[in-house]
Design a protein around this ligand. Structure first.
Ligand SMILES: *[C@@H]1O[C@H](CO)[C@@H](O)[C@H](O)[C@H]1NC(C)=O
Ligand SMILES: *[C@@H]1O[C@H](CO)[C@@H](O)[C@H](O)[C@H]1NC(C)=O
Ligand SMILES: *[C@@H]1O[C@H](CO)[C@@H](O)[C@H](O)[C@H]1NC(C)=O
Length: 217
């Protein structure tokens, strides 16, 4: 049963995430949905952009769209505060589609030792909340994957909509030197994450703090 569900989720997710089965689930911060933890490491995209939601223009089925992404929800679109990505038709703003929810989000990344890996990548998957199977208009089946690629050649984060895969699967890529990835200050050797706003390594919690954050584990 356990193996079956792992294989199933790998098949489903690998539709648009390459090598996802080589990554682990990260532990999302129960208080901040823009932050997740590995083994004594932290990923934090709270300050990836100046203000959330960020409006990203890109293609989609049947036309041009604006993708309103907010890692903590509250996009102000799609009539639902739990929406992470709201897809809006560029030529018909009243057409808005929930392209992924915050609360069922999954973060996939390197669990052990990510701060010492160069060109680190990780992914966030925002599925829709499940809907009544009688809906045939796309409700409940939309999903957005955000791919993060650390690239030392890119000073400021670049966010790109890759488009829509068949069917209702959206993809966004974030590239940059400092995009909230686990990092080490090379002078002090303090571990934390690279803050996109300042380019500084913000110290992460120690292991005993993580245990306090997740007291039931
Ligand atoms: C987390 O790191 C510790 C210390 O390096 C290690 O003993 C442990 O096996 C790691 N946990 C997992 C799930 O890999
Ligand atoms: C990492 O990214 C840099 C900048 O794009 C590139 O020059 C380098 O070859 C990459 N390194 C690896 C190991 O892929
Ligand atoms: C590393 O720490 C030193 C000393 O606190 C600080 O001056 C420097 O800006 C830090 N570098 C980064 C990349 O955070």
């Amino acid at each position: 049963m356990f193996q079956t569900s792992i294989i199933l989720s790998c098949i489903l997710i690998s539709i648009f995430l390459k090598n996802i089965c080589l990554a682990s689930l990260l532990l999302i911060d129960p208080k901040n949905p823009c932050r997740a933890y590995g083994n004594a490491s932290v990923y934090d995209i709270t300050d990836l952009v100046d203000t959330w939601p960020v409006a990203l223009n890109g293609p989609g089925f049947g036309g041009k769209y604006i993708y309103w992404w907010s890692c903590a929800g509250n996009t102000g679109k799609c009539d639902d505060t739990d929406v992470a990505v709201c897809q809006q038709r560029a030529d018909a703003p009243e057409l808005q589609f929930n392209a992924g929810n915050v609360s069922p989000q999954l973060w996939y990344g390197l669990f052990n030792g990510p701060a010492s890996k160069s060109n680190l990548t990780w992914d966030i998957v925002y599925p829709n909340h499940q809907a009544n199977p009688s809906f045939i208009d796309g409700t409940g089946i939309r999903v957005t994957a955000v791919h993060f690629i650390v690239d030392s050649a890119i000073e400021k984060p670049i966010l790109t909509v890759d488009g829509e895969e068949k069917y209702t699967e959206y993809s966004i890529t974030v590239r940059g030197k400092c995009i909230g990835q686990p990092a080490i200050n090379q002078t002090t050797f303090v571990q934390g994450y690279c803050d996109p706003k300042t380019g500084q390594v913000v110290p992460g919690p120690y292991i005993n703090k993580i245990i306090k954050l997740f007291p039931k584990i």
